[in-house]
Write a protein that binds this ligand. Structure first.
Ligand code: S3P
Length: 437
């Protein structure tokens, strides 16, 4: 089987897409469902590779999970104390969310477990999670002094106590890992971050019955506090469409002249909607319709038409609200008049790939002018693009961003290693083709 996607330019995008379920929310629905008493039903679950890794890990921990269809999942929760010792390592594949959040959960279990993943996962920083978990009393060993996976968690030797922790990075994975460990402490665990990262854990754990308080603090800082040993009860969760997946079509319809696309069921959580704010500031025509709440999350349909863009600056507290959308926003910047600058985004260097390096390297192959900075990049827009042969580097969002750039490049583009799109957006190429026919 060839692992490449060929994209030819030309043709407006028209039609509508029911945006596949949110990756972050799908992971959490499985995890919290497993830790709750009774049945959790998940509708519009994202059957991407990452979320399937989460299901696999919980099955290995003794939880019965049925997939009635790819997007319809039932988790038979066994309560906070219901997990059992896995007989083998837990493999998270490419999923950083599974790795970090599981570390928090496993620190609270009275048994031994080992977490590992693919070569990308084994390069990603774990010290940001293992150091505060160790401060809570967890006994964790790993490569490089616990800073890299595989990591081994000796739950039997751990005695967790509550912690008040200020994270140097705004990271929902760090925050969630510590809040989940906090479920297994007598007392209150508080996590402060410099800016609010996505708050799906706080919203969903509250819906499951946890006692959780959140506070917006001066200068954008944010603090979430959880009380240990709640009674969690199974829920019915309808997963909103993933705004990070919708973003590829928001940009595609904006840059391809004559396009008009309706994206249905998009999650509009204010900790995630930075991509819309930035695209609108650049001149994009995006209208939000039919706004509603589902499973404690705001949802809307987005109507997007092609538009001319101008450059902008993206920085500071905006960054956590669009961290996963920077590769596709970099593509939008190629079609904007003037320069676009991404600052304060050093976190990009520790994602599935070093996304500053991979975005810059691959976009240059189209003839783009991209300057790398330690914490971001500067892009000069308005240059004509040439179709190119590009690499995904095994990074789903790089592969999809390149497919969108290819829509407006002269000549065919070949994307090598395109199957990694399945990590977060199974069927991406089919959805794109459906708007072009
Ligand atoms: C995620 C949090 C973000 C994001 C990732 C998913 C989550 O990472 O980049 O794709 O589900 O919690 P950080 O919280 O580490 O920035």
């Amino acid at each position: 089987m060839t692992d490449e996607l060929r994209v030819a330019p030309g043709g407006a995008l028209r039609g509508e897409i029911d945006v596949p379920g949110d990756k972050s929310i799908s992971h959490r629905a499985v995890m919290f469902g497993a830790l709750a008493e009774g049945k959790t039903r998940i509708e519009r679950f994202l059957p991407g590779q990452d979320c399937l890794s989460t299901i696999d890990c919980f099955r290995r921990l003794g939880i019965v999970i049925e997939q009635l269809s790819p997007t319809d999942v039932v988790v038979q929760g066994k309560g906070l104390r219901g997990l059992t010792e896995p007989s083998d390592i837990l493999d998270v594949g490419n999923s950083g969310t599974t790795l970090r959040l599981m570390a928090g959960i496993l620190a609270g279990q009275p048994f031994f477990s080992v977490l590992t993943g693919d070569s990308s996962i084994r390069r990603r920083p774990m010290g940001r999670v293992t150091a505060p978990l160790t401060a809570m009393g967890a006994v964790i060993r790993g490569r490089d002094g616990g800073r890299l996976a595989p990591i081994a968690i000796d739950g039997a030797a751990s005695a967790l106590k509550p912690l008040t922790y200020s994270s140097p990075v705004a990271s929902a994975q760090v925050k969630s890992a510590l809040l989940l460990a906090g479920l297994y402490t007598e007392g209150e665990t508080a996590v402060r971050e410099p800016y609010a990262s996505r708050d799906h854990t706080e919203r969903m754990l509250t819906a499951f019955g946890a006692k959780l308080q959140v506070a917006q603090e001066p200068e954008g800082a944010y603090c979430a506090t959880i009380t240990g040993f709640p009674d969690l009860r199974g829920q019915v969760i309808t997963v909103p469409g993933d705004i990070s997946s919708a973003a590829f079509f928001l940009v595609a319809a904006t840059i391809v002249p004559g396009s008009a696309v309706l994206l249905r069921h998009v999650g509009m959580n204010p900790t995630r909607d930075g991509v819309i704010e930035v695209l609108q500031a650049m001149g994009a025509k995006i209208r939000s319709e039919n706004e509603r709440m589902e499973a404690g999350e705001p949802v809307a349909d987005l109507y997007v038409e092609s538009a001319s863009l101008r450059g902008t600056v993206v920085s500071g507290g905006q960054i956590p609200r669009l961290i996963d959308e920077i590769p596709i926003l970099a593509v939008a910047a190629l079609f904007a008049e003037g320069r676009t600058e991404f600052r304060d985004a050093a976190e990009l260097r520790v994602k599935e790939t070093d996304r500053i390096a991979t975005v810059a390297a691959e976009l240059r192959k189209f003839g783009a002018c991209v300057e790398e900075r330690e914490d971001g990049m500067i892009i000069e827009g308005g240059r004509p693009l040439q179709g190119a042969t590009v690499e995904s580097h095994g990074d789903h969002r790089i592969a999809m961003a390149m497919a969108v750039a290819a829509l407006q490049a002269a000549g065919e583009t070949v994307i090598h290693g395109a199957s990694c799109m399945d990590v977060s957006f199974p069927g991406f190429a089919r959805y794109l083709a459906s708007l072009r026919s």
